[in-house]
Design a protein around this ligand. Structure first.
Ligand code: SAH
Length: 215
């Protein structure tokens, strides 16, 4: 098992939280999750020294752990409440899922890449986060476990995934970066009824693509 948490890492997290506040993150629950969840448990040992910089980092298989600002921004848009039932598409390192779980959400997360799925499932389990992990194509969502209060997509979708929208409760929220391979617009989509959505745009980000099928 990996190195433990210590004052050095706690200090680096406090510094990161200050930086995120300056960059405009205001949600106290999100900031306290970033302050508490040890991001260094979710990256390889070779990246330990970099993991409290506000940067995306490689996690293997050409995938990345999102930049802390992006994790904080998406989590803020989700407006997480205790017991919210949240589906995340793109488990990756598991860090975003751990942040949501720390905020007392019930988290269901899907990863299409078998290597990352296996590795991250173990990490989340060993750390005691009660996150439910699924191996599959996130485009299908989790129809048997729907509906969800919120859905978070942490990979770039070419268009709004309507099938996932159908797995939201009325009044629910879908946060998804939509666009091409270089950058995407962050959309916050509220489900007003089965056919009606209210869409707002929240700036440009850069995610790895949301791919079809499992690998
Ligand atoms: N939330 C992650 C960010 C991961 S990057 C974190 O906190 O680290 C995006 C992840 O989405 C990658 O792991 C990639 O394999 C995964 N992904 C891409 N398309 C997917 C799909 N259709 N279904 C599920 N996961 C997908």
């Amino acid at each position: 098992m990996k190195i433990s948490d210590n004052f050095k890492y706690k200090g680096l997290r406090n510094k990161l939280v200050k930086e995120l506040k300056i960059k405009g993150i205001k949600d106290h629950n999100v900031l306290s999750a970033i302050k508490s969840v040890p991001r260094h448990f979710f990256v390889d040992d070779a990246l330990l020294e970099l993991c409290y910089l506000d940067k995306a980092l490689p996690i293997g298989n050409k995938q990345t752990i999102s930049q802390p600002y992006t994790v904080a921004f998406q989590s803020s848009l989700l407006d997480v409440k205790p017991n919210d039932k949240i589906m995340e598409i793109g488990t990756g390192s598991g860090y975003q899922a751990a942040i949501l779980s720390f905020m007392k959400a019930q988290v269901y997360t899907i990863e299409r890449n078998r290597f990352l799925f296996r590795k991250t499932k173990k990490i989340l389990f060993n750390l005691g986060y009660g996150v439910l992990t699924f191996y599959g194509d996130g485009y299908n969502g989790l129809p048997k476990l729907a509906p969800f209060d919120k859905i978070l997509i942490t990979a770039a979708a070419p268009e709004i995934p309507v099938f996932l929208f159908s797995q939201l409760k009325i009044g629910g929220i879908l946060v998804v970066p939509v666009g091409g391979s270089v950058n995407q617009e962050m959309l916050l989509i509220k489900k007003l009824s089965d056919k009606k959505m209210d869409i707002t745009k929240h700036g440009v980000f850069s995610f790895v693509p949301m791919l079809k099928n499992k690998s």
